[in-house]
Design a protein around this ligand. Structure first.
Ligand code: PMP
Length: 405
């Protein structure tokens, strides 16, 4: 794989910050965008912009066709059985809120239980807390061990006759742990409990096959997989989506409206009220094409080389503790410099033009588990290099010598 060729497709990577070449290690927050995605947005708004679905004119029909082609491409990208099981949303957060609200409205009642894990991003905690509070249901949590792995042995006892849904991250954004979602789905299905997978951190690193996983819902954001911000996906099994009430009311999601009664549209439109984000869907199409041009096997091999190399270099330094030491990790490495607040490390790394994230990473319960205020997180994408890790390590040595006095 020719990394310099890949890097050449990302114009922002040539940027200098404070006079240094940008080293962008904040990919778990959002990835950079390749030129073909940027060009597609310009093309759409220059030549193709129109509202879709109901227009009889050329541009509307053209944009509708491209938008629906993107849905079909997402379906084949994640191996969903039918395009109508792919709902476009603003991102993972909206996808999870949609399920929590709509599934919760129909199927969660007083005394029922929702099961999540101690690794979750706030986006896969708070929507469930909100529906549990409203329905007087109980939120239960699968604990993690000190490596940051989910305690899967506890699952058979945690899934009870009252459990209505399990919601679990495919990859932890705070620690990089890859969760055994296929095993969890199998265990949950043995008790007839559906599973939602938060794939926000998985989709850019791991080939996702929703049919093989047999998950009931899968959520992800375009902006974490080289696509624009503001477009995301909810995949759901047709039987569940058909049985769930609409999430939002408005245009497109209706079949007929009278003041007395409204009937709802078929899938996927039932869950897509209002004007959709057509332009960013076009960008998502190009991002999927970009990822296919590299291939998941090469992506995974390159990124795991980066992770292993980074962990080795951290261990050599002697004053870096890695937070989250699961044997199965993807994309991200969280760490602390001995005796130094993560915020100080992050601020100084920035001065060397190394972009990392510091803090609780919207996963406060993970930080509470480790008894720390936060971590520094370096997260990798396909365009990162071993040389960039060397540069971060050299910068960290300077940071440590400045702050450890
Ligand atoms: N879940 C996980 C695991 C995440 O990492 C994120 C983003 N940091 C989200 C959910 C929310 O994604 P978004 O902000 O794109 O909706």
């Amino acid at each position: 794989m020719d990394i310099s060729n890949i890097r050449a497709q990302f114009p922002i990577l040539t940027k200098k910050i404070y006079g240094h070449d940008l080293v962008y290690f904040d990919n778990a927050a959002t990835t950079q965008k390749p030129q073909q995605v940027i060009d597609e947005l310009v093309k759409y708004y220059t030549e193709e912009n129109s509202n879709i679905h109901r227009g009889v004119h050329f541009l509307s029909q053209y944009a509708t066709e491209k938008y629906e082609k993107c849905r079909t491409k997402v379906a084949s990208f994640i191996n969903a059985p039918q395009p109508e099981t792919v709902i476009f949303t603003r991102g993972t957060t909206e996808s999870i809120n949609l399920v929590a609200e709509s599934f919760g409205q129909a199927f969660i009642n007083e005394g029922d239980e929702v099961l999540i894990s101690a690794l979750e991003h706030h986006s896969n905690i708070v929507p469930w807390q909100m529906i549990c509070e409203r329905k007087h249901a109980v939120l239960k949590v699968i604990p993690i061990d000190k490596n940051g792995d989910i305690n899967i042995e506890m699952l058979p006892e945690l899934i009870t006759s009252k459990t209505k849904i399990v919601a679990i991250a495919h990859v932890s954004n705070a620690l990089g742990t890859v969760c055994p979602v296929k095993e969890i789905i199998k265990l949950a299905h043995e008790k007839n409990v559906p599973v939602l997978v938060d794939g926000a951190q998985a989709i850019s690193h791991i080939k996702v096959d929703v049919t093989d996983l047999d998950c009931d819902f899968y959520c992800f954001s375009g902006h974490k997989m080289y696509a624009p911000m503001g477009i995301g996906v909810l995949y759901g099994k047709k039987s569940w989506l058909d049985a769930m009430p609409p999430y939002q009311g408005g245009g497109e999601m209706i079949q007929h409206v009278t003041f007395e009664k409204t009937t709802y549209n078929v899938l996927p439109f039932k869950f897509e009220a209002g004007t959709p984000n057509v332009g960013d869907a076009m960008g998502l199409f190009k991002a999927m094409e970009f990822m296919e041009s590299v291939g998941y096997e090469d992506i995974a091999a390159h990124e795991s080389r980066l992770l292993d190399y980074c962990a080795e270099r951290f261990n050599d330094l002697g004053y870096v503790s890695i937070i989250g030491t699961s044997a199965h990790k993807a994309g991200a490495i969280s760490f602390l410099l001995k005796g130094i607040h993560p915020y100080d490390t992050g601020i100084l790394l920035d001065k060397f033009s190394v972009a990392v994230r510091t803090g609780h990473h919207c996963a406060e319960p993970v930080m509470q588990f480790y008894g720390i205020p936060g971590t520094v997180r370096a997260s990798f994408a396909i365009y990162n290099t071993l040389e960039e890790i060397d540069y971060m390590i050299a910068s960290l040595q300077k940071v440590y010598s400045m702050l450890s006095i």
